[in-house]
Ligand binder design. Structure first.
Ligand SMILES: Cc1ncc(COP(=O)(O)O)c(C=O)c1O
Length: 397
């Protein structure tokens, strides 16, 4: 049989997809699973938006079905530029500084492919969203870590960052609000990172997937401190909640946008046209102002249910109260040490034996005794039930 490029296997299957496969087998056995594993919103996009799409679907036109410019339709890029101006005061040119992508994942791959050369070092936080490391290594880059600890509210350690920067540093990736920790980077920390990026001339890739899902604190727009070095990665998967429709965008300086556009064009030709048209309307209609406050209210309620359930049923867990995103990331050391298990074994057995799906902390870095819990997919009642089952499972193990 002809061979396969071995480098391909540096690209690992996403843990949530892996868990989904085990879940499907259990569901086939007729068992009910409580899903604390996925960052998929359970609230669909606004009804008015779906009505708008329904109307457009009836038109005798190829607009929803045709190819678009590989950089994305101009009305959407203009709407994104205006949105970023309103949200963060950014001054971006829709032609020079924005490229629409098939989700943040494709934007992430195209961005990293555009900047990483063999032997380049890329700095990640530890823990960090699991999407980055495989792509960096696949592209020939080397990952360096900057620690973040629960005791420091998972803020990146600036002194450690200074020591990690070398003349091979090509980029640093910062996710805020963060997946898995739920922290929002403090403004002084974000500013310090951006200034280091400018001083040492490396790219600061800001993953802003959850920028509008903040419950405490504010998003810092690092672009203001290093406009020539900052690359923003964004998605419409979380707000307004259409992950399967694959739409996101990258903003940054023209030399980067031009490269991302070329790579994107080779990979997907153009982002999905129907999603581009729907999202242009979402951004232009002002719908988000009515929709998002209700989503945030609901997510805060669910986050608080998880927190009170942890305090009630698993009082020895330690965690940061989620400031943004869809996750809480408790430290289960007290329980796991007693059980003699690591997070991987705990999470897998919890799923197979007790039908509660979570993501073990090892998928994100050295946080092997932490467990990621998503609070957006299940109802408050089922969230509480899930935590209670975790505590019963620990008691029985
Ligand atoms: C931090 C972060 N970045 C990027 C992505 C990818 O988003 P998309 O659905 O747009 O590919 C996710 C998805 O969960 C994420 O959590």
């Amino acid at each position: 049989m002809p061979g396969i490029n071995e480098k391909t296997f540096l690209l690992r299957e996403s843990p949530t997809r892996r868990i989904d496969k085990i879940r499907e087998t259990i569901v086939r056995e007729g068992k009910d699973i409580i899903l604390l594993s996925t960052g998929q919103p359970s609230i669909p996009p606004p009804r008015e938006l779906r009505e708008y799409l329904a109307e457009r679907l009836m038109e005798e036109s190829m607009k929803l079905y045709g190819y678009t410019q590989s950089q994305g339709i101009r009305p959407l890029r203009e709407a994104i530029a205006d949105d970023l101006k309103e949200l963060g005061g950014l001054d971006l040119d829709p032609d020079q500084n924005i490229v629409v992508t098939a989700g943040a994942q494709e934007g992430m791959f195209a961005t990293l492919a555009a900047v990483i050369e063999d032997g380049d070092e890329v700095i990640l936080t530890d823990p960090c969203y699991f999407g980055y490391k495989p792509i960096i290594e696949y592209l020939g880059g080397r990952v360096k870590y900057v620690p973040e600890t629960l005791n420091d509210g998972f803020q990146p350690d600036i002194e450690a960052l200074k020591e990690t920067i070398s003349d091979k540093t090509k980029a640093m990736i910062l996710v805020s609000p963060d997946n898995p920790t739920g922290r929002v980077v403090d403004s002084d920390v974000a500013k310090a990172v951006a200034e280091l990026a400018a001083d040492h001339d490396f790219w600061l890739v800001m993953d802003e997937a959850y920028k509008t899902l903040i419950y405490e604190g504010d998003h810092t727009w690092v672009w203001h401190y290093a406009p020539d070095n900052v690359i923003g990665l964004n998605t419409f998967s979380k707000d307004p909640g259409m992950p399967g429709w694959r739409l996101g965008y990258v903003y940054g300086p023209w030399n980067l946008i031009r490269a991302v556009k070329l790579i994107s064009e080779e990979m997907v030709y153009c982002p999905p046209s129907v999603a581009q048209i729907v999202i242009t309307h979402y951004l232009r209609s002002g719908m988000r102002k009515k929709f998002l406050p209700n989503v945030i209210k609901e997510y805060v309620k669910r986050r608080d249910v998880v927190i009170s359930s942890l305090e009630k049923y698993l009082p020895e867990t330690r965690f940061l109260k989620t400031q943004g995103s869809m996750f809480i990331f408790p430290d289960f050391s007290a329980y796991l040490d007693r059980l003699g298990m690591d997070g991987d074994e705990f999470s897998e057995r919890l799923l197979r034996d007790a039908s509660v799906a979570t993501v073990p902390g090892s998928y994100f870095g050295s946080t092997t005794k932490f467990i990621r819990i998503s609070f957006v997919t299940e109802s408050p009642e089922r969230l509480e039930q899930g935590i209670k089952i975790m505590s019963e499972f620990i008691e029985a193990s």
